[in-house]
Design a protein around this ligand. Structure first.
Ligand SMILES: [Zn+2]
Length: 781
């Protein structure tokens, strides 16, 4: 029996990461370091490098040395070693890897160790992408906990809670990862010693759980026999669920051991039990403090290696912890911040590349040193802010409001910093005499943020005559040439756009709306086709010219009821209340039924209602607006693109089509933008966008895992509606023999295919109450 003490420290949840550190985590780490360095039999594991690096920065030289010693001699094992314990549903693999690198790089530089075992006790469902990434990072083992209770029950019956996690696309065993799934409800003490929480809770000093009404007691000479035997009985029952007799018993909970007494009491109690059991051979058990890897090594040794474990493929979504409480709400909670996270990912990568290209050019100039010294720390901070948000209460949208604001400010700051780095780097790359002067703005940004929860405002480009042209620099951070439509806000509707080779290219100006029907006269949206080379910059020149052809000005129609639309485009619409009803692909002239509608789910009226984590709908969604509702519809047509805007309650729905093949991959699909605001008239409601097609998809659909792989899904009508929702980090699709309908998304959201031919996605949710999973509030931002 391996007793593995741990403390689960969320980098932000009820408190911000900084406040947790000041009030709890720094004391926990101080206590652990002090306790372990005086007794070599004591062990501990630690997972979050965000906290450990904060602690390191403020620790005394003596404590730093102690930490190094207990890590080096194996008493303190660093598990996973990521910046945080990342969410596994909403995260993109780029950011998962980024946060792992950030933590492990710190660890390697500071303590000189590389972790071997993964530790994910709190993420709300688990992805095989994590197993794959850890495998490629040379990990030997991983542990997971939050898995649907029925799946746990089944695997326990089969003695298959320990398995080789196999990628669905790799039937060879090359990417198999040894995985331990914890068998019970939680990672806290009542649920980790064995099947009976009433017995397990008695051994934890802090665990005065009223629900079990059995307060813990100190272990003394007079009660040690009874306590040890009772506990051993739980261990025996637990070990029956596994193939091996080696047993893992973890010992801790959220933010435990901030008081030294708690930690020393806990160690002392267990030391007495350990001593009793080990000195009574007739009990036929051996017990010790251990680390996670020590457990895995012993377990694998006993069964003759991990190859003797069964192989298992697939993911562990959607998680339910009891009854019909499926955790499918957090796939959508706080969608604005989920989107901002994707924006930071792309900006960070763009900034890293451009900085790396600019650095050699400026390095030997007199400004080279300050370019690196001032901008590189901003890159590091951006990686850490992105890493922090991957935490299972960050991107999940399950933290308290003030913590969400803190995450939001960190994301926004790093997006702005990344823009700054790109701006200075681009300037250096475009200059013949490279220089860096942080005080002068050489290139303005394309957009400016007003607040952490508001869409950025695009910069308005003031156009003048050909004698005073404006230059715009476009940057493509992808490793292939990119062709697409660029949108800018300008002060004139009559614009000439010219490439570096002095070719005038097709462009179009669209209205910007001052209210529902009135276009502004002082600013316009300029759209034009651009091609930017792989990891390259392109400079476009533009000016105002009132003699340009009127055909570059988009035409606008208001319809209600609307008429047909879209002669130039690759696809055709039929309109009913402005909503999409069919698509014709021009290439083969195939007309397909494809209706787009909005629907509202209501939270159920029962005691348990939807919240940040849970989706508990009262029943199927109702149409968002009645059939008779006639929204204002704007139709904007031009040579480059055409759009339909539908002004519905809670959502401004825009669909755009790009003309011909000039827009590259943008020409291949419909572009849907929904500006959603559920702050009024949507209390305890969730807004869904539903696509209804003629595709015979049956009960099957597909959604991605972490933007890395596709997972087939089956919709089960016997399961509650909320069980059939899955994370959609980047895409979902349905298909039959003839067609495939793919929905790609700018941010992670929850998606489902509840009926054959349907695909739906939850856009936003407003929930007025807590759902009893700890955050203690609703989702009302
Ligand atoms: Zn947690």
């Amino acid at each position: 029996v391996f007793i593995v003490p741990h403390s689960h420290n969320d980098p932000g949840w009820i408190k911000t990461v900084e406040k947790y550190f000041l009030e709890q985590t720094q004391h926990i780490l101080n206590n652990v370091v002090d306790a372990l360095s005086v007794d070599p039999t004591k062990k501990f594991i630690w997972a979050e490098m965000s906290y450990l690096s904060m602690w390191w920065d403020g620790a005394s030289p003596d404590r730093k040395q102690k930490l190094k010693t207990i890590v080096k001699n194996g008493q303190l094992e660093i598990v996973t070693g990521g910046w945080v314990m990342n969410d596994e549903a909403n995260t993109h693999y780029f950011a998962m890897i980024d946060q792992l690198i950030e933590g492990m790089e710190w660890l390697k530089h500071t303590l000189g160790v590389t972790p071997r075992s993964g530790w994910a006790i709190d993420p709300f469902g688990h992805t095989p992408t994590m197993a794959y990434i850890l495998k490629l990072m040379n990990f030997d083992n991983m542990l997971i906990q939050r898995v649907h209770y029925s799946v746990k029950k089944y695997l326990a019956k089969e003695k298959s809670l320990e398995f080789r996690w196999r990628q669905t696309w790799d039937q060879s065993s090359h990417t198999d990862m040894t995985c331990h799934m914890m068998p019970f409800y939680s990672y806290d003490v009542p649920h980790t010693c064995g099947p009976d929480p009433k017995i397990c809770c008695q051994i934890a000093r802090w665990q005065i759980q009223l629900s079990w009404k059995v307060p813990p007691v100190a272990i003394t000479d007079s009660n040690v026999e009874v306590k040890a035997k009772t506990l051993l009985d739980q261990y025996r029952k637990k070990s029956k669920l596994f193939k091996s007799d080696t047993l893992l018993v973890i010992l801790g909970d959220d933010f435990r051991y901030s008081a030294m007494k708690e930690l020393s009491d806990q160690y002392t109690n267990y030391a007495r039990i350990i001593s009793y059991i080990n000195s009574h051979p007739q009990l036929n058990a051996h017990m010790q403090f251990g680390t996670l890897s020590e457990y895995f090594d012993a377990m694998k040794n006993e069964i003759g290696g991990a190859t003797n474990l069964p192989a298992l493929s697939g993911d562990f979504f959607t998680y339910a912890d009891r009854e019909d409480h499926y955790w499918s709400g957090y796939y959508t909670s706080r969608p604005y911040h989920k989107m901002q996270e994707r924006v930071l990912e792309s900006h960070l990568r763009g900034a890293e590349l451009l900085f790396a290209l600019a650095l050699p050019k400026v390095k030997w100039s007199q400004d080279g040193e300050s370019f690196s010294r001032e901008l590189y720390p901003l890159l590091v901070q951006a990686r850490r802010n992105l890493g922090l948000f991957q935490h299972h209460d960050g991107i999940t949208g399950t933290a308290k409001d003030h913590v969400v604001v803190d995450y939001g400010n960190k994301l926004m700051q790093s997006v702005m910093d990344s823009k700054k780095i790109m701006s200075f780097s681009a300037h250096i790359l475009l200059s013949e005499m490279p220089s860096y002067d942080p005080k002068t703005t050489v290139l303005n940004f394309d957009e400016v943020f007003q607040g952490q929860n508001q869409p950025p405002q695009p910069t308005v480009i003031k156009l003048e005559s050909e004698q005073r042209p404006v230059k715009v620099v476009l940057y493509n951070s992808l490793d292939y040439d990119r062709t697409g439509v660029v949108r800018l806000i300008v002060t004139s509707p009559s614009v000439v756009v010219m490439t570096e080779n002095r070719n005038v290219i097709p462009s179009q100006t669209n209205p910007i709306w001052s209210d529902q029907v009135e276009p502004r006269t002082d600013r316009f949206e300029l759209v034009f086709l651009s091609t930017v080379p792989a990891i390259g910059l392109a400079v476009y020149t533009m000016w105002e010219d009132n003699s340009v052809e009127d055909s570059t000005h988009a035409t606008v129609h208001f319809i209600n009821p609307p008429a047909g639309f879209g002669k130039r485009t690759r696809s055709k619409f039929q309109l009913d209340n402005g909503m999409l009803r069919a698509v014709t692909t021009v290439r083969d002239n195939m007309k397909t039924k494809l209706a787009l509608d909005f629907a509202m789910y209501s939270s159920r009226q029962a005691k348990d209602k939807s919240g940040a984590y849970l989706f508990l709908p009262s029943g199927p969604a109702e149409p968002h607006t009645p059939d008779t509702y006639r929204p204002l519809v704007r139709i904007i047509r031009g040579p480059v693109m055409s759009s339909v805007h539908v002004l519905l309650p809670n959502v401004l729905h825009k669909v755009s089509l790009y003309t011909g093949t000039g827009a590259g991959t943008q020409s291949l699909g419909l572009h849907v933008t929904n500006d959603v605001d559920v702050r009024t008239g949507a209390d305890n409601k969730e807004l869904a966008m539903r696509l209804t097609s003629g595709i015979s998809s049956g009960d099957k659909f597909f959604s991605d895992l972490n933007g890395f792989q596709i997972q087939p899904r089956t919709t089960y009508s016997k399961l509650p509606l909320q069980a059939n929702f899955y994370p959609m980090p980047t895409m979902a699709f349905i298909q039959d023999d003839k067609s495939r309908l793919t929905l790609m998304t700018a941010q992670p959201l929850g998606a489902a295919s509840l009926k054959s031919g349907e695909l739906e996605v939850i856009l936003d949710r407003r929930l007025m109450q807590d759902d009893n999973r700890g955050v203690g509030q609703g989702v009302k931002d």
